[in-house]
Ligand binder design. Structure first.
Ligand SMILES: C[S@@+](CC[C@H](N)C(=O)[O-])C[C@H]1O[C@@H](n2cnc3c(N)ncnc32)[C@H](O)[C@@H]1O
Length: 231
């Protein structure tokens, strides 16, 4: 079931199917995750040929959505979950019925794709923060803003992944998550883990794609070493 299980400093990284492994880990304080979105990645009109990342999204099943039941309110204090515009009508009722409160927050992109395709320009990505009693959002008044404006990663900062989240967005999210261990069951290249470790948190990441898992291991090793040197 678990193909690799590595401990690096305050992080545990697991190469496996998170639907099988996450329920076996027991309680975690918070799940912070960017699961496969559910949206139409086909088409794209005259700009499609320039949007290679959409082909990667289709090839890797990153537009197939995810099973909401992996977010179990009995096994975590809070959750931050990214989702596509098209998923909000389904995910909000699920979280509303599971957690005590929730807030829809926004990453406003400074450099959105120059497309609209008979829709709105994709300038926003949504994430929902839902929490149970005692696990409410943390931070100063400024830090509790519901929106962050940041660039989409470009070039090497994409780590060969089609949907990497920017450091600035992940740092902001981790500042808002109540203290304790953070788990990302759809770890990708480890962006949640990097932010969690920088903030002095413990981190558990699960990823089922070996190439992205290796990238995450490299990023987590790098940040762990940098933090040790700085200490
Ligand atoms: C949207 S990406 C996350 C990207 C990440 N936020 C980053 O910055 O690198 C979702 C990831 O979940 C992984 N994934 C999809 N299904 C999975 C499963 N059942 N178990 C573990 N990982 C899975 C995919 O391989 C993909 O890398």
């Amino acid at each position: 079931m678990i193909e690799r299980d590595i401990v690096i400093g305050n992080a545990r990284l697991i190469l496996a199917d998170s639907y099988k492994v996450l329920p076996t880990l027991g309680w975690v304080d918070a799940i912070v995750t960017d699961p496969p979105y559910e949206f139409r990645a086909e088409g794209g009109g005259m700009y499609r040929a320039e949007r290679k990342s959409m082909d990667q999204i289709l090839d890797e099943g990153l537009s197939d959505g995810f099973d909401h039941s992996i977010i179990n309110p009995l096994l975590c204090g809070s959750v931050v979950v990214f989702c596509h515009n098209d998923q909000l009508p389904k995910i909000l009722p699920y979280l509303d019925g599971s957690f005590e409160r929730q807030a829809v927050c926004i990453w406003r992109k400074k450099n959105p794709q120059p497309v609209a395709n008979k829709h709105y320009r994709p300038v926003m990505e949504f994430y929902v923060h839902a929490w149970n009693r005692g696990h409410h959002p943390h931070g100063t008044l400024d830090e509790l803003d519901r929106m962050i404006v940041a660039m989409s990663p470009r070039g090497e900062a994409k780590f060969g992944h089609a949907t990497v989240k920017p450091d600035a967005v992940m740092d902001k999210i981790i500042r808002n998550v109540a203290p304790g261990t953070i788990c990302d069951p759809f770890m990708g290249t480890g962006s949640t883990g990097v932010a969690a470790l920088k903030a002095g948190r413990r981190f558990i990441g699960i990823e089922n794609n070996p190439a992205h898992f290796d990238t995450a291991v490299g990023r987590i090793r790098e940040v762990t070493s940098a933090l040790a040197v700085a200490a």
